[in-house]
Design a protein around this ligand. Sequence first.
Ligand code: NAD
Length: 485
Amino acid sequence: MAATAMQFPMVIDGQRVESLSGERYEDRDPASDQVLALLPRANPADVDRAVEAATRAFNSKEWGGIAPAERGRLMLRLAQLIRANAEELARLESQDNGKPLRQARNDAQVAARYFEFYAGVADKIMGNTIPIGPGFLDYTIREPLGVSGHIVPWNYPIQITSRGVAPAVAAGNTCVVKPSSEAPLTAVRLGELAIDAGFPAGVINVVTGRGSEVGDYLVTHPGINQITFTGSVSTGQRVMELAARHVIPVQMELGGKSPNVVFADADLDLTVPAVANAIFQNAGQTCSAGSRLLVERRAHDEVVDRLRQRAQQMRLGPGIEDPDMGPMISRGQLQRVLEYIEIGKREGARVAVGGAQPDDPQLRRGYFIQPTVLDQARNEMRVAQDEIFGPVLTVIEFDDLEEAARIANQSEFGLVAGVWTRDINKALYLASRIKAGQVFVNTYGAGGGVELPFGGYKKSGFGREKGLEALAAYTQVKNVCVKFA
Ligand code: NAD
């Protein structure tokens, strides 16, 4: 174990606490396989404490009884504290997840932006009056649900925690957050900063530990009124089944196999760097990664050649040294990606670049893999259908617009799509045909996109995060009908 392993608490009821059992677990640095931090290993009794604290807070004068604008003020204070501590948060995120420091810095800014955006919304969550005829006044109120549970994956912990918690508290709910055991550090720091910002005790709780040990318990807890889950399809299905047992709403943000569709008339100087970034950012461990490149046959050779050159120039290293690409999150994830590259080869795809772990012995200690392009793939192949969740771009050629639309939609996922062309008619036609929650034209991702509704079609999930649409998940509508003389 590294002598410098950091010690972290969890945050329950406005306090930094240990687990009731006193047990801790090891959180590893993916760049070196050393122990990075020790954290409380929560068990169901700790979940009880967190849910009880969140329930008390929801019913309290200090939270349930304050004006919506005051909730907004607290959120703005938290946003300011995130910005004031952005460098520390970015360094933690980079070490914990492995992502390049500049990307983690951006993630910290986007986290602050979530609290700012929804702070402005807190006092604008309005209902309607409904004209049903003389002698009636009918109106609706949008009320919070109560205690909102947030199950967060390891790939963008600070962004995804903020993406869920900010609209939840803006609407007046209280939260219990369970970050992934693989990268929990910034979620814990966010919980601590919420205390410093003056949030009443119990409004934002963060429980650390293993999903397999406390995840089921959290979802089935009778005190939980809503779940926001971000993660894999299989865990999401389990969470849905568990939530059904006590009939609570769930918001599901699941996986993707998003197509980036490049026509021969696209501006390749703009397109190729963005296509590369869409797959290699966060070492491909991004739900909205552009992991399927559909390229018009006439442009194929040039596009793949330019991608190969970019991939060869990318510098790999520990995130904290701000390389172009960091490691996979875990040894398991590394093995999975290597297996998929072998599957791709067996299926007949050709490795245009990458395809292996780097030779550098320093990098061999961590979970690094080269940026990889699998060329000459067919959309039926597993490497074109399964979410690999690594820096592996699968390239498929097409001849015309209709074929591009058909291949883009031949997927069980539908999270994001990109279209690259100078022809506005092609762009708009494809945007109308593609079955995905977000379509980008001549851009991809829009820098965090806090304001833009985000979520899946098909197995990519349901419900929308981000933008004003997210409020639907954290409010329930009450209709009041009054008859007067
Ligand atoms: P995962 O499903 O393994 O884990 C997600 C979370 O669920 C973790 O916090 C984990 O501890 C928890 N968990 C595990 N077992 C549980 C249980 N039985 N009950 C409740 N919770 C449990 O996913 P991951 O490997 O952390 O993340 C990668 C996946 O997440 C990919 O499929 C990716 O596409 C998806 N993802 C989606 C989005 C999105 O917004 N659509 C964003 C990021 C990641």
